[in-house]
Design a protein around this ligand. Structure first.
Ligand code: SAH
Ligand code: SF4
Ligand code: F3S
Length: 473
């Protein structure tokens, strides 16, 4: 996924590179004191945010981001532990980094950050001696201290404490952003303990930032030209943060507040859990025009038996009722979801319940995965693990249906006029590129002076992943 696409719905298996604005790189090229940091990001939006903040933490001590590891002074892999494939990628990448280091830059320092660092820090140090530093998601504000230690002692450094509040209090007050969209972490961690998931172990307990701290950060982003903010959290709708009046505010109230900030024209939030979708939030979804009509609300499975085994703590009926309420509040809203096939004990009938759920609910986009055994989670030791070939076949059937729905949804937009936030020029040709309210990449002809503005585009063609249109009169 290219930096341009950094705010697209995340396929957590595709890395993102944080690179400097080209003008910054040029300006700093001649400055021999400037050190180069290469940050490669795997995983979810939270990691994308964290990588940007790591770059902010490193800027005052003289590091500028670059988009290749080859001659970097410092390489940071910001990792994801969600599925086995994601975690294993780290070790193959470390092998490549080791070769770069030997060949190009023997004094290069290497750090592993993020959820793999949190889950298996000591193991990383053992398996990959090239690694100088390991830091969990709640400790990256300590990077300068850790780098100093590494340089002083040439020893290994491991930081995996949980102190989310300290981290947010110590991050630089201003962010270096490029582009017109930004993620803003408002909540971290998870108390839900779904039996398949590592997140409660890698990110710790649910913690919400204070309203004022979030509003200050959003204002800073607006000052820098950001027009669309996505409020993010592992369970973003479990947000309960201290408001300016000393009481705890929910996500609905926070969104109303962020919507008052001049310059911020579009707001999104992700990822929500069906259990935390309260009436106030549904009211805001219906009433707040700056909130985009697109909601990511994963169910994982349509079978009540599997939902129970997953510890999701709600039924399919509850989810459907919720969707009904949300769609009544905001009829044009499009839904996206996550699905897991082949959770232990999932029978053909359970899987058919998932297919039925997808047919009944209807999704404009989705992410779907084969269940991946994660060490230390309750699912790993459950009986009746589903054979790989059965998972593969179920995933294919599910994705055929989900992709058809996605294509149908995009086709239904043909002839409609949608607002598009213009993010830049398209990779090929002279077209402009932006995102619809439904985050679909949209291409159309227009002058570059429109970059950074929100324009009306009439949709003429629709593929599964993108739209083509013309500027509306
Ligand atoms: N907090 C979010 C999900 C975060 S993880 C929620 O509750 O919905 C993102 C997605 O990865 C999950 O929704 C799930 O579909 C998938 N996932 C998590 N653990 C997984 C595992 N062990 N195997 C396969 N997919 C998994
Ligand atoms: Fe994982 Fe469940 Fe928490 Fe989501 S709610 S992060 S799936 S444990
Ligand atoms: Fe991955 Fe950690 Fe996000 S495990 S999905 S990077 S919270």
């Amino acid at each position: 996924m290219s930096p341009r696409d950094k705010n697209a719905p995340r396929d957590v298996d595709t890395p993102v590179i944080i690179a400097a604005k080209s003008d910054v790189t040029l300006a700093q090229k001649d400055n021999s004191n400037t050190k180069k940091v290469f940050i490669k990001t795997y995983g979810c939006q939270m990691n994308v945010y964290d990588s940007e903040r790591m770059a902010d933490v490193l800027a005052p001590i003289g590091y500028a981001p670059v988009d290749k590891p080859d001659f970097a002074d410092l390489v940071i892999l910001n990792t994801c532990h969600i599925r086995e494939k994601a975690a294993e990628k780290v070790y193959s990448e470390l092998g490549r980094i080791r070769n770069h280091k030997i060949k190009n830059k023997p004094d290069m320092k290497v750090a592993v950050a993020g959820c793999v660092a949190q889950a298996e820090g000591a193991e990383i140090m053992r398996r990959a001696p090239v690694v100088d530093m390991v830091l969990g998601p709640q400790t990256y504000h300590k990077l300068p201290e850790m780098i100093a230690k590494v340089h002083r002692k040439s020893g290994e450094v491991l930081e995996t404490e949980f102190d989310t509040i300290e981290k947010f209090d110590q991050l630089p007050k201003t962010r270096s952003v490029k582009g017109f969209t930004a993620f803003l972490t408002i909540q971290e961690g998870c108390d839900k303990f779904c039996t398949f998931c590592v997140v409660p172990y890698t990110r710790g307990a649910e913690v919400s930032r204070k309203v004022q701290q979030i509003v200050d950060e959003a204002r800073d982003l607006a000052r820098q030209g950001v027009r669309e903010i996505t409020l993010i959290g592992q369970n973003v709708n479990a947000y309960l943060g201290e408001g300016p009046d000393g009481t705890n505010w929910g996500l609905g109230e926070l969104i109303r507040h962020v919507a008052l900030i001049g310059g911020i024209d579009r707001i999104r939030f992700t990822t929500s859990h069906p259990r935390d979708m309260d009436d106030d939030l549904i009211r805001v979804i219906g009433e707040e025009p700056k909130l985009m009509p697109y909601l990511h609300l994963p169910i994982q499975s349509g079978s009540n038996k599997i939902l129970r085994a997953m510890n999701r703590d709600h039924t399919y009926a509850h989810y459907k009722e919720l969707i009904g309420k949300i769609r009544a509040a905001r009829p044009e809203l499009a839904l996206s979801g996550d699905f897991i096939v082949g959770f232990p004990g999932e029978t053909d009938a359970d899987f058919e319940d998932t297919m039925k759920c997808v047919r009944e609910v209807g999704y404009a986009s989705s992410f779907s995965f084969k269940y991946s055994i994660r060490p230390g989670t309750p699912g790993a030791s459950m009986p009746r693990q589903v054979p790989e070939d059965v998972k593969t076949e179920r995933l294919k059937r599910l994705q055929d249906l989900l992709y058809t729905q996605q294509q149908d949804f995009n086709q239904s937009l043909i002839g409609k006029t949608l607002s598009v936030l213009v993010e830049g020029t398209a990779r090929k040709g002279s077209q402009l590129f932006g995102r619809s309210p439904y985050i679909t990449g949209t291409h159309f002809d227009g002058p570059e002076s429109l970059i950074g503005t929100i324009v009306e585009v009439k949709i003429l063609e629709a593929g599964r992943n993108s739209l083509i249109g013309v500027l509306a009169e």
